[in-house]
Design a protein around this ligand. Sequence first.
Ligand code: SF4
Length: 290
Amino acid sequence: MVADKLTRLARHIGISGGEPLVRDDIMDIMAYIAERAESMSMQSNLILMDYTKAKALADMGLRTLYTSLDGPSPIYHEALRGEGTWRALMRGIRIIKKAGLKFSTVTTINSLNWKVVDKTAKLSETLGASAACFIPIVPIGRARGKGLMPTPRQMREAVEKLRSLASELSIPIVLWCAPFAIGLGDGEIYVSPCTDKGLDVDPMGRVLLCDTMDIQISDMRKTVDEITWDLKHNEHLILAANRRPDPCSSCPYYEFCRGGCVARSYLVYGKFDAPDPLCPIASGVTGGKS
Ligand code: SF4
């Protein structure tokens, strides 16, 4: 069983989608994982959330429920997710709060909302989230070719806005998939490195280099030992971990950033050996803070 192998391969299990709540058996899967994993989280748009499910997830010890909040008002959110999604989100948040389930918001920074990231973080706090998480857009799926990528300059301004707000906010601001932000401005936000400790598995059971790239590095049909071997020896993983393109080779933030988001480089430039296209330092917008 895939859930069984996952709990032997990783201490924390994060369930995302698509939308996990469309599965009839999702609560059984979550209960199974809850009994075996050290911790678990779930990503949901909350449209199908009801009080019974929310209470059951809270009782199972779900660490965090992540839900998307793409701006401080319906205009931004529904521009990406469609009409009616804002109302459904607010309803879902009311339900999970009533059930005592902790949640964090996740905002995709794009060319439409980069100016209002600070207002979005503020709203996240007002709604009662535990953290306001941000992730610069990765050009896949519906986001591809729609002009939704911010420019490196806009990206720098967005990070500066978040940094200026951080000390006023009672909840942490977390930035994922943008390790280059370590070199942009001052102010306490948590910039996450690109971790190679996670395991991204698609609905077919393929283990992917990253859930945004269709590059297979192993398969859940293999044994746990075989998967572990693949994770140590896969050529794409090794290539991604060791890339050092120009100008990253002379960058003071390289040891943390390691060229930024490899998926964004691969999807925009068609190769690993290129810096993150959103990095303001690599693109010459700024020399960084030092
Ligand atoms: S120049 Fe390269 S290593 Fe430096 S912050 Fe930008 S992407 Fe990261």
